[in-house]
Design a protein around this ligand. Structure first.
Ligand code: CTP
Length: 398
């Protein structure tokens, strides 16, 4: 995903410096060339050899290291960078950058770098709340740097408050948003439905399905990384929704229907991957359940077909894609859904195929459009998400 991209990581003196080893490792696994620059203070918390082992590159610390060409190194790195992240960023480095001080390898390289800079502060709560630090952070933002707000939690100094370095996965997502993929969905809005819906029988029980939301979240994330504004209407799942998306949580099919109807006209592309429960219980009372004595039969009513409703009131130029879970006659049934629901594409998966469907990290899908069928091999849900978006972009001529 990051082949051919160079990420420069600036590590400064904070106990959270050790977390950057994990970030560097994740970036290397995604194919990035990772260059780490440490301040002298950072070396008190983590050894440069850790980064050298993980990245295969020399970890730069001091501008006047005589083992390499110090006079041009910071300029070369600054030019090579596709993105520059300082994490953890101490109050000291934030103050230096905000005030144009360049007195070591890290600050000189930042000064010389014209690419996007992402700053992730980490420090004691009192320091973070200090008005001088606040002003310096505002100044960095005003110069176009991206600030990753620190998390709130238990800090190494023994207090609880804001100042904890943001999670490594979030730091990675900030980098990916900047440099992963071609930004071919910039200016477009993508609405995605994901996860299961649940239909309450009573305050305790409900009808639902095995959807985990993984496929829909992968689509939302890929669309976001490709530059789209993403509205993610999601049922309750056990996984975190992707960052930088507008998350609309819902529970029932009716909630999801109302949310889709409210937001659908904002979208250029609608992708409905939610596994909507087809039925909802009717007139079930506590009393009926108590009296049931093990034999309650529940009357069911069909839920609204959200995809059908959205497609029947489609905005001109909008592309609508649905999913179809089939257990037999995959192509025939999915093609019938394409027609009945009057949508532009159906992504069909056969629940009987190994590696397809609910819960897995892979999927095996067939893309069905009016003008043709494309069978895709077993792929990760992330790859399927990209393939679905590629097909839509190709079709829409974006
Ligand atoms: N869908 C929907 N609202 C429903 C049921 C389904 O929006 N009440 C959407 C799903 O999100 C999916 C597509 O319709 O994009 C097909 O869903 P699927 O469950 O495969 O089909 P159904 O129409 O429910 O038909 P069946 O369950 O009988 O196969």
């Amino acid at each position: 995903m990051l082949n051919g991209k160079t990420v420069v990581l600036g590590v400064t003196g904070s106990i959270a410096a050790y977390k950057i080893a994990n970030l560097a490792s994740m970036l290397v696994k995604l194919g990035a060339d990772v260059q780490v620059i440490m301040t002298e203070n950072a070396t008190n918390f983590i050894n440069p050899i850790t980064f050298e082992s993980l990245t295969g590159n020399k970890c730069l610390v001091d501008t006047f290291d005589r083992n390499f060409q110090f006079n041009i190194e910071h300029i070369a790195l600054a030019n090579k960078a596709d993105v520059f992240m300082v994490a953890p960023a101490s109050a000291n480095i934030i103050g230096k950058i905000a005030n144009g001080i360049a007195d070591d390898m890290l600050t000189t390289t930042i000064m010389a770098c014209k690419k996007k800079k992402i700053i992730a502060p980490a420090m004691n709560t009192n320091m973070y709340e200090n008005p001088i630090v606040r002003d310096n952070i505002k100044k960095l933002a005003a110069y176009g740097m991206e600030i990753v707000a620190p998390a709130t939690g238990y800090l190494a100094c023994g207090t609880t408050g804001a100042g904890k370095l943001a999670d490594e996965n979030l730091l990675l997502d900030y980098i990916l948003r900047e440099i992963a993929y071609k930004k071919d969905l910039t200016g477009k809005t993508v609405l995605v439905t994901a996860g299961p819906t649940i239909e309450a029988i009573d305050p305790v029980r409900f009808i639902s399905n095995h959807s985990t939301g993984k496929m829909g979240y992968a689509i939302a994330k890929c669309a976001m990384l490709r530059g789209a504004r993403v509205i993610l209407i999601t049922g309750r799942t056990g996984i975190s929704p992707p960052p930088f998306t507008e998350v609309v949580p819902v529970l029932s099919a009716d909630d999801m229907y109302k949310a889709v109807i409210k937001r659908k006209d904002e979208a250029d592309i609608i992708i409905m991957s939610a596994a909507v429960a087809d039925f909802t219980p009717l007139n079930v009372s506590e009393e009926k359940i108590k009296k049931a004595n093990g034999g309650l039969s529940v009357e069911l009513k069909r839920t609204k077909d959200i995809l059908y409703e959205a497609a029947s009131d489609k905005k001109p130029g909008q592309f609508i894609c649905g999913f179809a879970m089939e257990t037999e006659n995959l192509i025939e049934n999915a093609a019938a859904k394409l027609k009945e629901k009057n949508v532009d594409m159906i992504v069909a998966n056969d629940l009987k195929t190994e590696g397809a469907g609910f819960g897995t990290d892979t999927n095996v899908v067939t893309l069905i459009k009016k003008d043709g069928i494309t069978e895709l091999p077993k792929m990760s849900k992330n790859e399927v998400a990209n393939a679905v978006l590629n097909e839509i972009i190709f079709h829409k001529n974006i």
